[in-house]
Write a protein that binds this ligand. Structure first.
Ligand SMILES: [Fe+2]
Length: 312
């Protein structure tokens, strides 16, 4: 299987106006806005689409608890043979549908909507950020770049809270061909699309509360300066930090999460691990310290970490 990563995420939302402002401030490019529907894009062409949550054409949410939430994530595949193979594997899946261009829509065993289409996102070649290290000077007589906002490069991963972790994980790995990158055994699994090099494109987490929901969607940025500039811009615009900035030991990235009126959170990341089939998956102990080696946000330190993880 040659799936390549996240191409599109569809939300059903209660407040389109707030959703539009959020994604504009977050730094995505506005592609289409008509008051009842909006499309935004990251630099590689991956899109966010928002619709009213009562739109009858939207896939159903996995739980009725949240009105505003993700309804479907679309992953790219390299070839039409990949789509044909997936169609065979999914023949028993709930409500499998196929569009004229071959795009497949279905839902996983826990009711989270997903799709596969021929990959449309473009490879990106961002400008490199030159950094000065004593003995390794890359920026002589040049001031460093200041970022007033972020412009996310790609959508890297989506995270679901699940109440049947093994069934959920086995479906993505055994049926859809995702690969395990790292894990909190019995608690969470980090998985990537087979032909993607992101540390994870999907993380399934079971906090043990018997709930299933969308948790967050993550975007990669081009520098730590952009992460702080983007986070500051979101804060200036009134968006509330969920947690961050900070740094994850698993995947090694700097992060900053913002509460999203579309549901869950949206995460800025920088300097995540990039992996291929030579990567050695590791089993991590599920501790607050393995969620964040440090972080700021509503407070600081271990008490905040425990609170965030308990809240799922
Ligand atoms: Fe994340």
């Amino acid at each position: 299987m040659h799936h390549t990563g996240i191409e599109k995420v569809v939300y059903g939302v209660e407040d389109i106006k707030s959703a539009v402002k959020f994604w504009r401030d977050f730094g995505l490019e506005s592609i289409e806005e008509d008051g009842s529907h909006a499309v935004f894009a990251a630099q590689n062409g991956a899109t966010i689409e928002v619709f009213p949550c009562d739109d009858p054409d939207l896939p159903p949410p996995p739980s009725v608890d949240a009105q505003s939430t993700v309804r479907e994530v679309t992953f790219g595949v390299r070839t039409s043979d990949d789509l044909a193979s997936l169609k065979d594997k999914l023949s028993a899946a709930d409500a499998l549908t196929k569009e004229a261009d071959g795009t497949l829509h279905a839902s996983d065993p826990l009711g989270f909507g997903f799709a596969f289409r021929l990959a449309q996102c473009e490879p990106i070649k961002p400008d490199s950020i030159e950094t000065n290290v004593p003995g390794n000077i890359k920026r002589l007589n040049q001031r460093g770049q200041k970022f007033d906002r972020a412009t996310p490069l790609i959508m890297s991963h989506i995270v679901y809270v699940t109440d049947d972790l093994e069934t959920h994980k086995n479906f993505y790995i055994d049926t859809l061909g995702f690969k395990l990158t790292d894990s909190y055994p019995g608690r969470g699994y980090f998985m990537r699309c087979a032909d993607a090099n992101n540390h994870h494109n999907l993380f399934l987490l079971d906090p043990g509360k018997g709930k299933r929901s969308f948790h967050h969607l993550a975007f990669e940025l081009g520098s730590i300066h952009e992460l702080f500039g983007g986070g500051n811009n979101m804060t200036r615009n009134g968006w509330e930090t969920m947690i961050g900035p900070g740094r994850h030991p698993v995947s090694s990235c700097y992060f900053w999460y913002f509460k999203n009126p579309c549901g869950g959170a949206a995460e800025y990341d920088f300097d995540s691990d990039v992996v291929d089939d030579n990567w050695q998956p590791r089993q991590w102990e599920s501790t607050p310290e393995n969620f964040a080696e440090w972080c700021l946000g509503e407070g600081m330190g271990e008490a905040l970490l425990h609170k965030q993880i308990q809240n799922g």
